[in-house]
Design a protein around this ligand. Structure first.
Ligand code: C2E
Ligand code: CA
Ligand code: CA
Length: 626
């Protein structure tokens, strides 16, 4: 047990032990303590020297890794013990009793010292003591009574030495054991610390659910891969953006646990593909993934994307639930180095374009680049326009179908950039995407209520209909600002109609219904815009006590030729009336359309047939002719 460690302790003492052997043997022979120097004694001394040399050879000449080195030392010890033991045998015939006693004391002293110095190897320690002391004592005991007494004393001493050697050896073994224990504790602690650090690093780098890289670590990882990739000839870098379709529906229908399972499986599937292609996949957002791929041909890029589509489309089965995922993929590839975040953005733009145009896999191209640049340009221009308040309003009359009198005006925002009018559909979307709609909405509200104030001075019954985007509704600030304007312009709240699109209303129902109730308590009216483009139910509209339902232009467009549209308009109007809502038909351009709408019992019409959106002054003129 603990052979290596014991060898270390043993070896540490060996040179000293050997020098003691040489020293004492020389003193014994040369000092002339016993009858002076003789050839026999010199020969004996040389034997001790020879054994010492052999022991030193064992010490220096044999590698410490040799498992038998300690055995060689044991052999050296036994040899030395035998040569020492031969001394009294060879020379005691001429000794006086006094000389014998002195010799025994020297031997006992020497073996006492050796016993403790050799105790790292118990057998050496005991062997040396017994070989050097016991035979000498036995020789003495075979002589006269005085010698016998000395011999018995010597044997007693030898036994005591052996016991003490056993104790020293046990002590050494225990010390070695505790030393090793401490060392292994330290080693364990170090490996534990290493393991934990690795775990923390993984947590920092990986998305917990999917095991893929997270947003922060993805770019670092890609940079590392890129360093090698660009050394390859004809290197093509591809960034792929994957967006799961309707993931929130999976969560809503089957629960978040199943949603998590879906994401975990996607993570596994992408990881397997990464292993094969050396690609790098990351979870970019809730249901969005980004992949980096470096290849040498466009063929491999296409093959890769096909594989991703195939693998991710495989149905997911869990208990009784089975879903097949659908998704949109946008990708950007190039052979020139490009900032990673820009390449990711390009892939994302391609995905968004595909989503908008119902294309499953869309590559980034010049068209997308142009659209993006235009959006960026308009976004920057819009920041200036909000600051300088260069937006203005047009108003389109909403007419009572029975009396043909103007009931209200829809306020429609207008914007020109470098003299060119920009369509509100386009710039409202940009304002919504970039968080500018709140400021723009405030401006629209202010201009519209200023106009209402002036109109109501002469025509107190005429209302204004203002389009509000769902994002504006979500801020508490919205109602506060509205209150402020109502007071500033002394507005009759019943003359404010707020239009919110059906789609926005339904998808934000939980959050919006509270705001709608607060607005209604103030007397403000609510209109559902673009009705028929979303999926609202009449009961939802009833609960919200919606005042006006605006039937979308697409139903009016074909109402003369399409009987289905005609019956839809008629049915919607009937249902609306049962919940006390009035119906407005949008986009009425033809007298034939008007006739059918009238027979369907629609309450109001809005459209080019009566008037296009007009300036404030024209609106006042239109009212004056009533
Ligand atoms: P919308 O709320 O459905 O507005 C009606 C749109 O139909 C207006 O387009 C109007 O000019 C157009 N229109 C009205 N009658 C006819 C017709 O007989 N024939 C045809 N072809 N078109 C007709 P506009 O002004 O371009 O506005 C487009 C959309 O932009 C609006 O749709 C609305 O969603 C949004 N928008 C306009 N102004 C505002 C605003 O002040 N705030 C917000 N949040 N959105 C606005
Ligand atoms: Ca509208
Ligand atoms: Ca509309």
């Amino acid at each position: 047990m603990y052979k290596t460690e014991r060898l270390k302790v043993f070896s540490a003492n060996l040179p000293f032990l050997v020098s003691v052997n040489i020293g004492i043997s020389t003193i014994l022979v040369i000092s002339g303590i016993y009858d002076g120097i003789s050839t026999d004694k010199l020969f004996w001394m040389l034997s001790i020297y020879a054994v010492s040399a052999l022991r030193l050879f064992f010490h220096y000449g044999i590698s410490s890794t040799n498992p038998h080195k300690l055995d060689f030392h044991f052999f050296g010890v036994v040899l030395a013990g035998v040569v020492w033991a031969s001394y009294p045998y060879l020379f005691h015939q001429n000794f006086t009793i006094k000389q014998e006693m002195v010799a025994l004391i020297i031997f006992c002293g020497m073996s006492g010292g050796s016993a403790s110095l050799l105790s790292a190897d118990l057998r050496s320690s005991i062997a040396f003591t017994t070989i050097t002391v016991i035979p000498f004592c036995l020789v003495l005991m075979g002589m006269g009574p005085d010698e016998k007494a000395i011999g018995i004393m010597g044997i007693g001493y030898a036994i005591a030495l052996c016991l003490s050697a056993v104790r020293s050896s046990t002590f050494i073994i225990n010390s070695i054991r505790s030393q090793l224990h401490v060392e292994s504790l330290v080693a364990n602690l170090e490996s534990e610390v290493e393991k934990r650090t690795a775990k923390i690093l993984t947590l920092e780098q990986r998305d917990m659910l999917t095991g893929l890289y997270n947003r922060t670590s993805f770019t670092t990882k890609v940079e590392m891969v890129q360093d090698q990739a660009f050394e390859q000839p004809n290197n093509i870098e591809t960034f792929i953006h994957i967006n799961l379709e309707a993931f929130h529906i999976i969560n809503d229908n089957y629960g978040h646990e199943f949603g998590d399972l879906v994401l975990t499986l996607i993570g596994k599937r992408l990881t397997n593909i990464d292993k094969y292609y050396g690609s790098v996949s990351a979870r970019w957002g809730n249901d969005e993934f980004i992949i980096y791929l470096s290849t040498q041909s466009t063929y491999t890029v296409n093959e890769y994307i096909d594989l991703v589509r195939e693998k991710l489309s495989e149905p997911i089965q869990h208990n009784n639930i089975r879903v097949s995922l659908t998704f949109h993929i946008g990708y950007f590839d190039g052979s020139e180095p490009m900032p990673i975040l820009r390449a990711i953005k390009n892939a994302q733009l391609a995905m968004n374009d595909g989503k908008k145009n119902h294309i499953r896999v869309r590559a980034f191209d010049q068209d997308i680049q142009d659209q993006y640049e235009r959006k960026e340009y308009l976004r920057l221009e819009m920041l200036k326009a909000i600051e300088n308040q260069t937006f203005f309003m047009n108003y389109q009359p909403i007419v009572d179908i029975k009396t043909q009198r103007i009931h209200s005006f829809e306020a429609l925002v207008r914007w020109k950039v470098a003299g060119e009018p920009i369509a509100p559909d386009e710039f409202i979307a940009i304002a919504e995407e970039n968080g500018l709609i709140t400021d723009l909405g405030k401006l629209i509200m202010k201009m519209s209520l200023m106009a209402l104030n002036r109109v109501n001075q002469r025509h107190p019954q005429v209302a204004i209909s203002i389009n509000v985007s769902a994002i504006e509704f979500e801020h508490d600030e919205f109602i506060d600002y509205l209150d402020f304007l109502i007071h500033q312009y002394s507005i009759i709240t019943q003359n404010i109609h707020l239009e919110i699109t059906e789609t926005a209303m339904i998808s934000n129902l939980a959050r919006l219904s509270n705001v709608i109730k607060r607005l209604k308590n103030k007397g403000i009216m609510i209109s559902v815009d673009d009705f028929g483009t979303g999926f609202s139910s009449i009961s939802v509209l009833k609960n919200l006590s919606v005042d006006f339902i605006k039937i979308d232009k697409t139903y009016v467009d074909d109402i003369c030729s399409n009987e289905k549209d005609q019956s839809i308009v008629s049915a919607v109007t009937k249902m609306a009336h049962t919940i006390n809502s009035k119906v407005i038909a949008e986009g009425v351009e033809l007298p034939e359309q008007l006739a059918i709408l009238r027979s369907s019992d629609v309450d109001f019409i809005q459209g080019y047939l009566f008037s296009k959106p007009v300036s404030f002054e024209t609106m006042l003129t239109q009212l004056a002719y009533e």
